[in-house]
Design a protein around this ligand. Sequence first.
Ligand code: FES
Length: 166
Amino acid sequence: MTLVSTQAFDAALVEEIARDEQAKALSFFGEACGLSAALLPILHRLQDTFGYVDDQSWPIIARVLNISQAEVRGTTSFYHDYRHAPAGRHVLKLCRAEACQSMGVEALVDHLRHHHRLTSADGGLTVENVYCLGNCALSPAALFDDRLVGRLDKARLDALVAEAAR
Ligand code: FES
């Protein structure tokens, strides 16, 4: 299943989303909370809509929320889950936290690099790091689109790469 949006950047849609989330934040929290309360919901919706948060969105969001572009940029880069470039058709999130480290995730990363010659974003498959998927008992763990994968090994990894290539 392909989960990543491939919709092209659209400035008018970014503004529409920003204004919509701004209105929701105001009606929910009231004026006292400040307009920046809408910033994270806006970034989430942009990533859902476009598959990433385009840098061209920053001035639009800043204008709508009456905050600085630096604040938008800082928030976008602080949270690792926001992408800054379009993702592939599929996303493989590999857990690199302690339990998965101790169960050999680094060997799987090397396998992706050397056997499949995959880097972080490669055509149909984007590979991202995450730090604990809550599946430590079945480490090494990964998330392939919306599917949690446990006890990942080279054979399972090969199958996921092949599935992404179809
Ligand atoms: S450390 Fe990898 S799932 Fe928790």
